[in-house]
Design a protein around this ligand. Sequence first.
Ligand SMILES: Cc1cc2nc3c(=O)[nH]c(=O)nc-3n(C[C@H](O)[C@H](O)[C@H](O)COP(=O)(O)OP(=O)(O)OC[C@H]3O[C@@H](n4cnc5c(N)ncnc54)[C@H](O)[C@@H]3O)c2cc1C
Length: 439
Amino acid sequence: MEKETDVVIVGTGAAGLFCALQLPESKEITVITKDEARNSDSFLAQGGICVLRSEDDYDRYFEDTMKAGHYRNNKKSVEMMIRSSGEIIELLLGYGVEFERRNGELAYTREGGHSQPRILFHEDATGKEITGRLLEEARKRRNITIYEHTEMIDILCKDNVCYGVVTADSRGIVRPVWAGHTVFACGGIGGLYQHSTNFAHLTGDGLAMALRHKIKLQDVNFVQIHPTTLYSEKPGRRFLISESVRGEGAVLYNAHMERFVDELLPRDVVTRAIEEQMKADGKPYVWLSMEHIAREDILSHFPNILRRCREEGYDVTKECIPVVPGQHYFMGGVQSDLEGRTSMGRLYAVGETSCNGVHGANRLASNSLLESLVFARRAAMDIAGAVTEKKEKYTELFSPEQYQEIDKLQQENHALVRQEIERMKEAYEQQHNHDVKCR
Ligand SMILES: Cc1cc2nc3c(=O)[nH]c(=O)nc-3n(C[C@H](O)[C@H](O)[C@H](O)COP(=O)(O)OP(=O)(O)OC[C@H]3O[C@@H](n4cnc5c(N)ncnc54)[C@H](O)[C@@H]3O)c2cc1C
């Protein structure tokens, strides 16, 4: 059966849900997700969410974000994100999100690359707290319908205008969803990698649509590798050992139990140091020690890390754990402006799928939940303000026969995205080497 809706949102992570909640209740909103609604990277976020605590911190926060991004960030996006952070936290508190407090006041922690503690957190499960509340709220709204196990396999578009998406459900039944506006909030690319902290079903599908339909992409060569994931010989998603553990005093050791790097340097720098050390040691991991963090702080701030490491046979209150870098975040994506608009009419992109240059070449820790929420809200406001567009149905755009072999189509999409990332990485390296030679 076909469906018509005012707005279709692809993804039930923080970006997709927040966008749905920020749209007027007069709009009929359809949200689809490939998996269960709770299975998104937003639920996995451990460390926290950044906020501008006071005007005194503005310049340092801006500089920390730019420095981590190797000054390749779009300054306007950075400014917009930082300036909007206070109102985003207020909205989250309004939805009942709970952050850690000390003596009744919000408590702040610090992670690598931050010159100040400015990160709000909820134990080491901040993403679950935020996204769980957003999901609860979205499920209460009568104008929002969530379809789980419903995958976008294509978009409906003509003359560079988007009219909705083509979906396939878990039985392989293909249907069009016609929409006045379409929002990509489909997360990152970790599912394309062997070692990643991301859910395996996050395979850069928004990028694949962009490549198929000539929608502009940006910075796809910028892929973030997280320095510390728990080393395991088993296949599958790697467990992240949050940066805030190092922010609170955990240290890295080589095979001789010597420190070899300043643990609070930006992620890419720490990653490089670990990779070099692993090579020098001839080991597939280095050690992380939480010996300098008080036992009660480990119990209260990092209960999930404690539990998960125990499951793998390590007691972090007593011993070091082996860690290895893994693919973690995608700074590039579908090119979008400050309102989330893409190069295709009526199509928006928000969250990790999008790229407005806010992270530059490397994301500063705990900026991504914030960025997802800031620009999802702006996209919602832009859509709300748009002259109501008729949900035109272009029957000639959709033919179910076209989608007989969904598996093949998915494989082709994955290959397209992988190739583009490799192509852009090579081009970037060549350009970079050329620039260095010319200097
Ligand atoms: C382990 C881990 C820890 C992290 N910790 C932090 C942190 O402490 N602070 C921070 O700021 N950031 C953190 N991040 C990053 C942050 O969680 C993500 O960048 C952010 O949540 C992205 O949100 P999103 O809504 O864009 O995407 P996601 O939350 O990944 O959601 C993507 C959604 O799109 C759906 N989808 C994808 N493709 C399709 C398709 N074809 N059809 C239908 N649905 C589709 C998925 O099913 C999912 O619902 C962490 C990430 C990881 C993996």
